[in-house]
Design a protein around this ligand. Structure first.
Ligand code: FES
Length: 361
């Protein structure tokens, strides 16, 4: 009822279904990273997990709405006068947040990255950063089913949260974690081993892919012989997710029993349509002939032409890459919808040109 009144009032006053929908774009003209969903969080400490990985331990504003194990947040910080945002999984359990108002984000320092090493080197204890509401659907909603969690590298982070929360629920669980890294730099080894000792229903296989190779059917049979009967959750690099999904589908695991979350941009699916054409980057006076058989996003095409558009998540979430398309059709790989030919704003990281496209970049 309250929300109906709110919607009616919003519609009557600003001709929009919500005040957020009306005011947010206006305020963002002056403060691009302001959103009504932004909350404040104070850095309690930075904890080293190993040489390349650290965790931000954050005390979140009391107005923050909490999260479910497996979700992520977007954090935004000001760097050299420009706001930047990135998305990170929450690696701690909701139970810790409920008890203490604290969440942990576990982050790999990307060698070439401009944010992840910078956060580590610059953030100071007590500093305030902006975080979004928790987002994402990589959530376990039925612990009655046996689970196979397959992690690659930093893909362990949502699983740390999921496992800790499952143990906290005191429900009878049956979870196997199959955890790949190149080398022996697995994260949270001590913590996971302690959890295995405490809980019969939890087992973990640490796999060194430099020695044992990438995930394959033999691994699934060796480490989790009943994998076909489990709901599988996969999180890691794009190639690993795609390979694992194919392995599971090829073993007759039902598609609805395979859940996954990309740690980076989702792959652009090759479309059964004509994607070649001329892409005109108007402001830069650059024209690119897109003739390759593989489908590329407008962002990839721009970068390969030497442009450096503003980006954040590169996966359709943060909206930092929005540009004005002046004409032409693009395919949105997230919503799976084709645009029409006219002028409109598009997220170039998830937009694939279909024929000739002119973009104001
Ligand atoms: S870079 Fe985040 S939506 Fe495109």
């Amino acid at each position: 009822m309250v929300s109906k009144v709110y919607q009616w009032l919003a519609k009557a006053l600003v001709n929009n279904k919500s005040f957020k929908g009306f005011f947010e774009p206006l305020v963002q003209v002056f403060f691009p990273f302001w959103t009504v969903d932004a909350y404040r969080a104070k850095l309690i400490k930075i904890r080293d997990e190993n040489k390349e990985v650290y965790s931000l331990v954050l005390k979140v504003s009391k107005y923050w709405k909490g999260f479910e194990a497996g979700q992520y947040v977007e954090i935004s910080v000001e760097k050299n006068g420009a706001y930047m945002s990135r998305i990170f999984s929450i690696s701690s359990a909701p139970g810790l947040y409920t008890k203490s108002g604290v969440i942990e984000l576990t982050i790999r320092k990307q060698q070439q990255g401009c944010i992840t090493p910078w956060l580590y080197n610059t953030l100071k204890k007590g500093q305030i950063i902006n975080i979004s509401a928790a987002k994402g659907h990589f959530i376990v909603n039925n612990l009655n089913r046996s689970l196979l969690l397959i992690a690659g590298g930093s893909g362990i982070t949502p699983f740390r949260s999921i496992i800790s929360e499952a143990l906290r629920s005191r429900q009878a669980i049956d979870i196997h974690l199959l955890y790949y890294t190149h080398g022996i730099d697995h994260l949270f080894v001590g913590e996971l081993q302690q959890q295995v000792e405490k809980c019969q229903g939890l087992s973990v296989s640490f796999v060194n892919s430099s020695q044992s190779g990438r995930i394959c059917l033999a691994h699934l049979q060796q480490y989790c012989s009943d994998f076909k009967n489990r709901v599988s959750y996969i999180c890691g690099p794009t190639g690993m997710i795609q390979a694992t999904k194919q392995l599971l589908l090829g073993s007759n695991v039902a598609e609805e029993d395979i859940r996954y979350e990309y740690f980076g941009p989702a792959p652009v699916v090759n479309l059964d349509i004509k994607t070649s054409g001329t892409i005109v980057f108007k402001q830069s006076c650059i024209e690119v002939e897109s003739t390759s058989k593989k489908t590329h996003s407008l962002l990839e095409i721009a970068e390969s032409a030497g442009l450096s558009p503003t980006t954040g998540c590169r996966m359709g979430i943060c909206h930092q890459c929005i540009c004005q398309k002046q004409q032409g059709i693009v395919y949105n790989t997230l919503t799976k919808v084709f645009s029409d030919t006219g002028s409109e704003e598009v997220q170039i990281c998830i937009s694939v040109p279909v024929g000739n496209v002119t973009i104001n970049l």
